[in-house]
Design a binder for this molecule. Structure first.
Ligand SMILES: Nc1nc2c(ncn2[C@@H]2O[C@H](COP(=O)(O)OP(=O)(O)OP(=O)(O)O)[C@@H](O)[C@H]2O)c(=O)[nH]1
Ligand SMILES: [Mg+2]
Ligand SMILES: [Zn+2]
Length: 239
């Protein structure tokens, strides 16, 4: 899955991290494609910012989606036997990238709002296209938001913290103020970056909240189903 993010006001490391957690949970391999590099003066700073919180080695490409030579570096993902799906906000450049890879204007594209870089939801359905490179590509409509369902796991994204946690005194340590916390010790020693830990905490809390919401929803559904079942039984019983 190519996560397509514009190097304009679309650029948001927190959202990118949520994409990566969701994609890893699905079993697909994420690749980060930063578009509009030709219009951004701080490309390397943006990449550095991502590297700070993202240590799992996701490939990052900063490109000009309108330029054939620039998008050529995506070739390793596009060969025979590969299917890539482009995901990202509206206006990120998914369809622009699709057209450049195809070498023709198959998909309609549209300018973004100048004040906040938002797109106009130009693509409205998913489109699967064979590529001249031999693989297949799916362009998709821009996503309005990226949220967790509650089934995801952040272990893969934070293997370093999970490994440290095995050294905590308590098995259910949340790495707050517990005595004998190996994670806090690593932060104090400087072997674990505090910003990275804070980011882990934020994602963990978001995931927990999503899991609770999901559990409540399932419980409500089960109750509704039980009530419907009873109604049916009563009705049939009367006949
Ligand atoms: N300069 C520059 N402009 C780009 C680049 N990528 C996309 N654009 C412009 O960004 C705008 C939005 O591009 P689209 O390809 O329509 O975006 P999209 O992701 O398909 O948007 P939706 O279909 O709405 O989800 C267009 O005006 C593109 O020309 C890039 O790398 N550089
Ligand atoms: Mg599009
Ligand atoms: Zn701990």
């Amino acid at each position: 899955m190519l996560v397509v993010v514009g190097l304009d006001q679309d650029f948001n490391p927190r959202r990118i991290e949520r994409y990566l957690v969701l994609i890893r949970a699905s079993g697909a391999d994420p690749v980060l494609v930063l578009t509009k590099a030709d219009e951004c003066e701080i490309v390397q700073d943006c990449i550095d910012l991502l590297l700070e919180v993202e240590e799992s080695g996701v490939p990052i490409h900063a490109i000009n989606a309108k330029d054939k030579a620039s998008v050529a570096e995506l070739a390793p993902y596009l060969g025979p036997g590969h299917t890539v799906v482009l995901v990202g906000s509206s206006g990120a450049g998914k369809s622009t990238l699709t057209n450049t890879l195809l070498g023709r204007e198959k998909m309609k594209t549209n300018t973004v709002r100048s004040n906040d870089s938002r797109g106009r939801h130009t693509t409205t359905s998913r489109v699967l296209t064979p590529l001249p490179q031999g693989g297949c590509l799916i362009d998709t409509p821009g996503m309005r938001e990226v949220k967790f369902s509650g089934d995801e796991d952040i272990v893969d994204a934070f293997e370093d913290i999970e490994a440290l946690a095995t050294g905590c005194r308590f098995r259910d340590c949340v790495h707050g103020n517990e005595p004998g916390c190996a994670v806090q010790a690593a932060i104090e020693e400087g072997t674990l970056d505090e910003a990275r830990f804070m980011h882990f905490v934020k994602l963990r809390d978001e995931l927990e909240a999503a899991a609770v919401t999901q559990a409540q929803r399932r419980a409500e559904e089960a109750l509704l189903q039980k009530a419907a079942h009873k109604r049916n039984k009563d009705k049939l019983g009367r006949r």
